[in-house]
Ligand binder design. Structure first.
Ligand code: ATP
Ligand code: MG
Length: 204
């Protein structure tokens, strides 16, 4: 039973009959969160979806939670101020935790620039948190400029833009670092799959 604070004292946890262990046994793999972090344009979404495709073909239960997508629903009320970014990442961490309980291999693609926020998600998810740093230089991301946002940020049209007017705090000890700036996508995918197999999250 979780020991988290609630606003109301009249909330009683209801224990499920179907446990996480039962789901994982049925799935033949563990539930876990691959938390992709990196600059805009580093390749988080591209890599997360490519890894998901491969895992799906291997018969795993998967789901990608993507930064831009949650801002249409779950986090539609949040902007990009520091306070809102913190709340955005907290909510995603909690939702990812529910997916893990459901036995799903969950892949998240959020810039998640602040170390403290990622540390908070790590504390929510414990051993289920696998931090993957999509390590790409600002120069490469800016030259890709997939969404045209760097150009707009340089022109002063977007405030608090990570890498330009807001810091990106790179992970110091990520579980995995992938060079999405120079390595081919296939190489990066294989690296992630090998990590999961090595840690016995999935079968080799
Ligand atoms: N090894 C690689 N892994 C991932 N993407 C790569 C790789 N090599 C080149 N790319 C390219 O880099 C771009 C990455 O864009 P993508 O939208 O995935 O970034 P993102 O990190 O999700 O950015 P944002 O935070 O803005 O959503 C794509 O055009 C992709 O094809
Ligand atoms: Mg993305």
């Amino acid at each position: 039973m979780p020991e988290k604070m609630t606003k109301s004292s009249n909330v009683v946890w209801h224990q499920a009959q179907v446990s996480r262990e039962m789901r994982e046994k049925q799935n033949a793999h563990r539930g876990a969160v691959l938390w992709f972090t990196g600059l805009s344009g580093a390749g988080k979404s591209t890599l997360a979806h490519a890894v998901e495709e491969k895992l799906h073909r291997m018969g795993c239960r998967t789901f990608v939670i993507d930064g831009d997508n949650v801002r249409h629903g779950l986090c539609a009320d949040l902007g990009f101020s520091d306070v809102d970014r913190v709340e955005n990442i907290r909510r995603v961490g909690e939702v990812a935790g529910l997916f893990v309980q459901a036995g799903v291999l969950t892949l998240t693609a959020f810039i998640s620039p602040f170390r403290e926020d990622r540390a908070r998600v790590r504390s929510i998810l414990g051993d289920d948190f696998i931090e993957v740093h999509c390590d790409t230089s600002l120069d490469v991301c800016e030259s890709r400029d997939v969404k045209g946002l760097y150009k707009r940020a340089r022109a002063g049209e977007i405030s608090d833009f990570t890498g330009i007017s807001s810091p990106y705090e790179a992970p110091e000890h990520p579980e995995l670092r992938v060079d999405t700036g120079t390595d081919d996508l296939g190489v990066c995918v294989d690296q992630v799959i090998a990590y999961l197999a090595g840690k016995r999250v999935i079968r080799a």
